[in-house]
Design a protein around this ligand. Sequence first.
Ligand code: AMP
Ligand code: ZN
Length: 136
Amino acid sequence: MSDCLFCKIAAGEIPSATIYEDEEFRVFLDLGPATKGHALIVPKTHAANLYELPDEVVAKAFILAKKMITAMTKVLGCDGYNIVQNNGEAAGQTVHHFHIHLIPRYEGDNAGILWTPGTLSDEDKEDILAKVQGVF
Ligand code: AMP
Ligand code: ZN
């Protein structure tokens, strides 16, 4: 994708604060970090989102996420990690090239990566369970 920001960053055509790179992925610091050390895993091949990402790349991306947070927890001295992955504008995706957010968490950081819990209604539960019959 010639006009895709993350294709250009992944290819090194636009500079980034890269903390890891291999043949298939670049991992760089997010310019608008939720916390200190917030980074993005970006595949070097274009796919808009998880729906479109080939299975073999999905597998490698999440194995890389484990490797990165394991190493970066020691580097940063953080207390935990959120893995966030947005698909579609309704889900908060703003850059339409698949990426995984790696967000270090520090006790008391108030990063606000939360939602307000609702209540699972009997109506929703029965609706969803009926709809998934035979899907998987
Ligand atoms: P999302 O909302 O899931 O699509 O996340 C896109 C992320 O990309 C946001 O957290 C932005 O701060 C980040 N971002 C956008 N442009 C750049 C850039 N040039 N370098 C690093 N991070 C960026
Ligand atoms: Zn792209």
